[in-house]
Design a protein around this ligand. Sequence first.
Ligand code: ADP
Ligand code: MG
Length: 482
Amino acid sequence: MIEEEYKKVWAACLRMIEDTLGPENHMAFETWFRPIVPLQLDGTTLIVQVPSQFFYEYLEEHYIDLLKRVIKLQLGVSGMLKYSVVMDQSISTSPIVTTLPSQSRQSTRNPLTDLPVDINKGGERELPNPFIIPGIQKTRVNSQLSPNYTLDNFVEGDCNRLARSAGYAVAEKPGTTSFNPLLLHSGVGLGKTHLANAIGLKTKELHPDMTVLYVTSEQFMQQYAEAGRTGTTNDFIHFYEIIDVLIIDDIQFWAGKAPKTQEAFFHIFNYLHQHGCQIIITSDKAPGELQGLEPRLLSRLKWGLSADLQAPDVETRKRILLKKAQNEGIELTDDVVEYIAYNINTNVRELEGALISLIAQSTLNRKEINLELTKQMIDKYVQSSAREITIDYIQKVVCDYLDLPVETIQNTSRKREVVQARQLSMYFAKKITKSSLAVIGMQCGNKDHATVLHACKTIDNLRQTDRHMRAMVDELEKKLNA
Ligand code: ADP
Ligand code: MG
C-alpha cells in the first residue's frame, strides 16, 4: 500500500521540525506539532488541520519561520500551508469541520507570513470594558508621539518585514490580535523607537478615539518614583489604566534595578491586557536574554509576539538614504547613495548621521553633494568610528569597472573575467581592509584562504608584467582610495 502523498509530506515536515527543535524543545514539539493532522495536498499547498483558533495563532506567532522553511523545503518555493481550524465545540458537535478544498471557504492572508490562512472563527472575543465610560475618563492624554516617525517613513526591507507588518496589524486592531504584547527588539539604531512610535501614530489615525501613550521606561520609572514621593501612586496607576495603547520604549533599562517600578508595571500590564488594551514594548535584547527583569514580568512579555529588527542590507540602506534625502528636500546621485550605503553598514542611526553631516557640509561650504565631497566626508566619518572600506564596496567598484553584476563574484563561474573580478576583489580586500584571508575568501565566492593568497600573488605578478593590468589596478586603486 502506498501511503498518500500528503501524509508523507507532513511526516517529512514533522521529522525536520522535530530535528530543528531538538530534544530540549521536545515538549513544544509534542504540544504544537504532534496534534496537527495533514488533510490534503492541493498542488503545492498542504492543508493541515489544527485543533483551535488559538492553536493556529500560536503556531503563526512562534513558529512561522520554521513552518515556512520546512514547507518550502518539502514542496518547493511555491509551497504553501493552509490551516483548517476545528470549530468551537459549542458551535459544532463534530470535531472536524472541513476536510475539503477551500473553494467554499474564505481564505484570508496572514499579514506576517503571506501564507494563506483558512480560519473558521468560533466567534469574536471582544470584551467591552465595563469600567471605562466613554467620554468621561478619556481625558485627553498627550501621547508623546513624534510626528516624524511615521510608518510611511519607515522603509521596509527583509530586515524588518515581520516587525513592520506585525506593527501594522496591531495598529489596525489594537488589543485584539494575538500580538499582545508586541515586543520589538534589536541592537541600537535599528528602528525600534521609530517603529513603535509609528504604530502609535497609525493607531491614532485609524482609531482617533483611542488613547495612545508613548513613554520611555526611564520616564515611567521617574514618574513612579515621583508619585511615591508625593503620595500619588494610586493616581499614577489609574492614569495608566485608562490608556488603550501603551508603548514602553527600552524596557531593558529596568534590568537589574527598579523592582518596585517593575512591579507597578506588572500590575498595569495585567490590567491593560485583561481589558483588551494593546501593549507595545521595545528592548535592545530578545526576551530570552533580558536578564535582570522580574521573572513574572518576563513571562508576560512572552505572551505575545516578539519580533526583531535586523541590520538592513545594502539595497535597503540605499532606500533609507533616498527616503531621508527626499524628506530633507535634497536629491542625491546614485554614486553618492551607493558610496554611503556600501560604507556605512553598522546601523541606521549612523547611516542617517553620515547623511546629515554630508548635507551640513555641503550647505555650510556651499559645495554641491558629489562623490568627491561624499568620500571626504564619509572617510572622515568612518575613520572616527574606526571602520574601513568594506569588502562589499570593493566588490561593487571592481564589478562596476569590469561591467559585471556584483552577484557574479558569488557564483561558481570560471569565466576569465569573473575569475579576474574575484581575484581583484580579494587583492584589494587584502590590501585595504583588515579582514583575514579566511574572511575575505568567504565573502568572495566562498573560497578558502589559500585561494585568496594565490589571487593576491597573481594580481601582484600581473601588475608587474602586464601593462594593461597595471593600468587597471591603478585605476581601481584610485577609485577605492580617492
Ligand atoms: P533604536 O530605537 O532601535 O535604537 P531608532 O528607532 O532610534 O533606533 O532609529 C535610529 C534612526 O534610524 C532613526 O532616526 C530612525 O528614523 C532611523 N531608522 C531606523 N530604521 C529605519 C527604517 N527602516 N526606515 C527609515 N528610517 C529608519
Ligand atoms: Mg530607541
